[in-house]
Ligand binder design. Structure first.
Ligand code: BEZ
Length: 220
């Protein structure tokens, strides 16, 4: 199990793009590792179709994509043909890891105990691990096998994690990129003008405490 802030373990794997040594493959980029229960399954097919359609959105954010599914490389390659045809995508630029023995899925806590395959083996859940350029885990999302992921949310949380890595802000409930942010509670009043040239609003509250401070999104 990998906790937030841990360096994500380096591992070797066979993929649809050849042998991968994970840390070397990541280089200086952000990385998104996401798992799937199995090839040729309907929900996974829609998800990989969405990842393929949104490849440029991840590239714009300097995020390298890598999928994991518990079948072999040959099966993955045939599945990619289905995905490209059904979703009408010319390019499928990211690799899919072959984790036939579920070794990586077990190591990284990606198992859904409630969903089993035809032989009674637990399936892989829909994990999403976002890694920073320092290879540390910045965010993890675990969905059960029966619930497909929301891609607006995946892009939204990447925007939040990347923004808050750069500026002394946190993003509020239902934040969308470009809307106001919260100033971190640790920022001193005397530093506000220098850190937030677009201004800070301190909201009046019954408690009299001045912790609710908003500022325009600092990267706009
Ligand atoms: C699917 O991808 O459709 C799926 C896989 C495993 C369990 C349930 C759904």
């Amino acid at each position: 199990m990998v906790n937030l802030g841990d360096v994500f373990p380096d591992f070797e794997a066979e993929t649809t793009q050849g042998h991968v040594q994970f840390h070397e493959w990541l280089g200086d980029s952000w990385g998104l590792l996401f798992s799937h229960p199995a090839d040729f399954t309907p929900v996974c097919t829609t998800e990989l179709g969405r990842f393929a359609q949104l490849q440029e959105k991840f590239e714009e954010r300097n995020v390298k994509l890598i999928a994991l599914s518990c079948d072999g490389v040959e099966s993955h390659l045939k599945w990619i043909e289905d995905i490209r045809a059904h979703f009408k995508v010319d390019k499928f630029t990211f690799p899919i890891i072959a984790d036939e023995k579920r070794e990586l899925a077990i190591q990284f806590g990606m198992i859904d105990p409630d969903e089993k395959d035809a032989t009674g083996m637990p399936l892989t859940c829909r994990a999403v691990f976002l890694l920073g350029p320092d290879k540390r885990l910045k965010l993890s999302l675990l969905y059960p096998a029966t619930t497909g992921r929301n891609f607006d949310e995946i892009l939204r949380v990447i925007d939040s994690v990347q923004l808050t890595a750069k500026y002394k802000v946190a993003t509020p409930a239902d934040w969308k990129h470009g809307t106001y942010c919260m100033v971190l509670p640790t920022v001193k009043d005397e530093d506000l003008a220098e850190l937030f040239p677009a201004g800070v609003e301190q909201h009046t509250l019954p408690s009299g405490k001045g912790y609710l401070r908003t500022t325009p999104c600092p990267d706009q």
